[in-house]
Write a protein that binds this ligand. Structure first.
Ligand SMILES: [Zn+2]
Ligand SMILES: [Zn+2]
Length: 553
């Protein structure tokens, strides 16, 4: 391997959509790209969010020079509030990206001693050991950037999240000219968004959503319309506002993040609306249904967000019913389909008309499909490629795509969280692995590792069985009889019989141990657990969590 190399360590986002984080390192100095969170699957009981494992970074905190943010989505910024407690270095990003991040950090009360450094589109800055360029890209949040790291082995491009929208709402297009120029200079390594790498063709322009919304509004002049979307999707909010204004509707906002994001975007001149167009949600009953448009959060079915409250009839100032149309201007993130489905059902129960992306084109993805990915590869013509930001299959498809674009197989690596790669004049190679498991956060209990979570899964799936008894040490006999208590699976006569059998089995095993002279409480409890576990597993195919509380006195 050549002496001069740059090392990239992937700490999250390769193998899942979420918790994006990578470290780029030259001569021992590190710049972190993004620090995102991931939302749990339904079987991760009690888990509120999942973070990257930051231990590798924390051990090297003295060598970290900066955190650079590609854009303001939670899967790129949501873990910052945990990371900055350990590593306080300047945070770079566009004004909107930093505005969103700073708001969250302030809420978490960790923003005080942090340094935020705003960068402009196209700006090139010395950050740590690199010159880093911030290249405008289109995405489902304004002011997103791809990053070009000018390193001693050549240019490393990190695409961030992007699509190639040629008609974006703010006319701020992906800077393809600059990307092509970087391609001419020579790109040593491309790290590129794989979210839609399975999808052929091109992602629809964000502008197409406006047309669909306009038609739906026009067809419903008498109805109150509630539109739910991501609070960070400022361009979607802009289009909803534009359509509502055209039809002389007042706009009411619902949901805290919607209010704060709209405020910030207006301040940054990224959202254009007059204060006179708004009405407070508590006053909407003064208007006819056809004079109101509500924009709310909760399009992912989040139980505490505005739309869920609306669907349950729990929202304070708005009850939806026969006069209302709810538009979910969104697509469920994998894992949220069930919650979204429930919200839609509840809205139907209330008599509300519901329109979602499965029925009408009221959503456009923020991620590039194959056609755009090919264009991106062609512009940059990288010497080496690692697909990022995707589940495993997305990255495989993206690697295949890179092959068809002429890259050699030895210049493409499919990596996963924890993998390290080194890029040099000689090419790219895997150089190591660091811990990068899921770091679970339970809002009430704090950090969790795999073990308690596995126990929660076992409890949820199989229930619990407690074994109690009392033993007289001197006489070596059972004085308090063996008693079993089951929770979560005990079900009627059949199980009563089963419990009686297991009780017998446990008693026999304990008595046998006592006959052998065993008087150790811990060991007798183990004997009882093993006996119960064996019987339940082998004879009855049950694996409850076993708790033994046998006392030797
Ligand atoms: Zn993302
Ligand atoms: Zn994103």
């Amino acid at each position: 391997m050549a002496k001069e190399h740059v090392r990239v360590t992937f700490l999250g986002g390769l193998g899942e959509i979420g918790r994006n984080c990578a470290a780029i390192e030259q001569d021992g100095r590190i710049v972190i790209v993004d620090a995102g969170l991931m939302f749990p699957e339904p079987t991760m009981y009690g888990v509120d969010i999942i973070l990257p494992d930051f231990r590798w970074l924390i051990e090297r905190r003295d060598r970290v020079d900066a955190i650079v943010l590609t854009h303001g989505h939670e899967d790129h910024t949501g873990a910052l509030r945990y990371l900055v407690k350990e590593i306080n270095v300047p945070i770079y990003g566009s004004p909107l990206t930093l505005g969103f991040a700073r708001h969250r950090l302030t809420e978490a009360r960790v923003a005080k001693d942090l340094t935020f450094i705003e960068v402009a589109d196209g700006e090139r800055r010395r950050i740590g050991p690199f010159e880093i360029e911030f290249i405008p890209v289109t995405h489902s949040v304004p002011s997103a950037h791809a990053l070009a790291f000018h390193t001693k082995v050549g240019i490393i491009v990190h695409s961030g999240d992007f699509k190639l929208d040629l008609t974006p709402i703010d006319n701020r297009r992906t800077d393809v000219a600059r990307l092509a120029a970087l391609g001419d200079e020579g790109v040593a390594l491309l790290l590129c968004d794989s979210t839609n790498a399975e999808e052929p063709g091109f992602t629809a322009s964000e502008r197409s959503v406006g047309g669909a919304l306009r038609r739906l509004f026009l067809e419903r002049p008498e109805r109150r319309i509630v539109v739910a979307c991501f609070a960070s999707h400022i361009h979607r909010v802009q289009q909803i506002i534009d359509v509502a204004r055209e039809q002389h509707r007042k706009i009411a906002l619902m949901g805290r993040s919607m209010e704060s994001n709209v405020k910030l975007a207006r301040k940054l001149n990224l959202l254009h609306v007059d204060t006179a167009d708004f009405v407070d949600i508590e006053n909407i009953d003064r208007y006819q249904p056809g004079e109101i448009c509500v924009i709310c959060t909760g399009s992912q079915g989040e139980p505490l967000a505005a739309l869920s409250k609306l669907s349950r009839g729990d929202a304070r100032f708005l009850k939806v019913g026969n006069d209302d149309t709810v538009i979910l201007s969104s697509h469920p993130i994998p894992g949220n389909e069930w919650s979204v489905g429930r919200v839609i059902d509840d809205l139907h129960r209330a008599g509300t008309e519901v329109i979602h992306s499965g029925r009408e084109p009221v959503h456009a993805s923020g991620h590039a499909r194959q056609g755009e990915l090919r264009t991106f590869h062609q512009l940059l013509r990288p010497r080496n490629f690692v697909p990022v930001h995707g589940e495993y299959r997305h990255m495989v498809h993206h690697a295949d795509l890179a092959l068809t674009m002429g890259l050699g197989a030895k210049n493409i690596l499919i990596c996963e969280d924890g993998d390290q790669v080194e890029v040099s004049a000689a090419g790219i190679r895997r150089s190591g692995q660091v811990p990068a498991g899921f770091h679970y956060i339970d809002g009430s209990a704090g950090d969790l590792d795999e073990r308690p979570l596995e126990e929660r899964r076992m409890l949820a799936e199989f229930g619990v069985l407690q074994i109690a008894a009392g033993i007289d040490r001197d006489r070596g006999i059972i004085t308090q009889p063996v008693r079993l208590t089951a929770r979560g699976w005990f079900d009627g006569e059949g199980d009563r019989e089963l419990l009686a059998k297991v009780t017998e089995g446990v008693r026999d095993a304990v008595e046998a141990a006592l006959r052998d002279g065993d008087r150790d409480e811990q060991s007798i409890n183990k004997v009882a657990q093993r006996a119960a576990g064996r019987m339940l597993g082998q004879k009855f195919r049950r694996q409850p969590v076993l708790l033994a509380a046998i006392v030797v006195l």
